[in-house]
Design a protein around this ligand. Structure first.
Ligand code: SAM
Ligand code: SF4
Length: 312
């Protein structure tokens, strides 16, 4: 069996959510009073390893660990250590960066060199407004620490009208000063960001138009299934855009998602998936086959579940 879906797309990448819990409450991701799943529902480190190992045997190449906040998962070190022995081409992490300093050695030992670190504001008050917490200094310090330690760091910034768009140029300066790539994300219609926050939507082309008033953007090539399009600014900053709303990349999508409680989904924007926890390998193979027929060809309009529950 090959992981090729009904539309001829080969599934090469898996996002694995390790927990839905988080120490931030980014206003577009989850409400302040969010409730979380019980830890007893999590896939165990051995179950995660078994599932990923099985998928590697079917052609999976890359895993990105996410959440919620993956560094809040008890047993994180055991999980990365086990996954690092599966022969993946790439094992990566998406994190809010707050606990990153504590895990740099563990990540290095497991050869997890690609880190996406989320940061939506460089201003303390605004960071607090967006995330309902006070961790800006820590996140920035950890971005610098990881970069200096030789990790490949990308900063992910959700750019929102009237929220942080006045910081667009500050982020380009940040990319220049720190020497990391900054990728600007469009706000996605997922969870309550669907209706409550649609006025905050800022498209990648609007961001580019604003940037071009002050700098030149030179296009840089990226792999065909890349979610971002990338540029070098005239000042030498590396920036990129993820235009999931205005220019969806579903046609080239090569990704599945596994939630912390063992639901495998063919798409971030589909509620339905296959619960593959506590199954025999034979039964799981059946589930994979069914899932190959469940990946939409085009972008679903919006989805009601929250991002932290699926894994962004
Ligand atoms: N807690 C980690 C973090 O923030 O990097 C990992 C999980 S988080 C859900 C992954 C990414 O999804 C973050 O970069 C976050 O900004 C993004 N995200 C969450 N909700 C979003 C939304 N409605 N639109 C666009 N991006 C969103
Ligand atoms: Fe937490 Fe990441 Fe969601 Fe922010 S985007 S609340 S850091 S899971």
């Amino acid at each position: 069996m090959n992981l090729i879906d009904d539309h001829g797309r080969r599934i090469k990448k898996l996002r694995v959510s390790l927990t839905d819990k988080c120490n931030l409450r980014c206003h577009y991701c989850m409400p302040v009073n969010q409730t979380f799943m019980d830890d007893s529902n999590y896939l165990s480190p051995d179950e995660i390893t078994e599932i990923v190992g099985e998928l590697v045997g079917l052609g999976l190449e890359e895993v990105r660990l996410t959440g919620g906040e993956p560094l809040m998962r008890r047993g994180f070190s055991e999980i990365v250590d086990k996954l690092s022995g599966l022969g993946l081409k790439k094992l990566a992490l998406t994190t809010n960066g707050i606990y990153l300093d504590k895990y740099l050695d563990v990540l290095k030992a497991a050869r997890v060199f690609h880190l996406n670190i989320s940061l939506d504001s460089l201003d303390e008050e605004n960071f607090k407004k967006i995330t309902f917490a006070n961790h800006l200094k820590k996140v920035v310090a950890n971005i610098k620490l990881a970069h200096e330690a030789g990790f490949i760091v990308r900063v992910n910034t959700v750019m929102m009208k009237g929220v942080n768009d006045h910081e667009l140029f500050d982020f380009v300066d940040f990319a220049n000063d720190v020497g990391v790539e900054v990728r600007f994300l469009e706000l996605m219609r997922i969870g309550f960001a669907c209706s409550d926050q649609k006025d905050q939507f800022l498209s990648a082309s609007e961001m580019m138009k604003l940037l071009k008033t002050k700098m030149e953007l030179k296009s840089v090539s990226s792999p065909h299934d890349s979610t971002s399009f990338n540029f070098l600014t005239s000042s030498g900053a590396q920036i990129g855009f993820i235009a999931s709303e205005s220019q969806p990349f579903c046609g080239q999508c090569s990704r599945w998602r596994l939630s912390a409680d063992g639901i495998l989904r063919a798409c971030l924007l589909k509620d339905d998936g296959k619960k593959i926890q506590a199954m025999t390998s034979e039964k799981r193979m059946e589930m994979y086959r069914e899932l190959l027929g469940m990946k939409p060809a085009m972008r679903p309009v919006e989805v009601s579940h929250h991002m932290n529950a699926i894994g962004g």
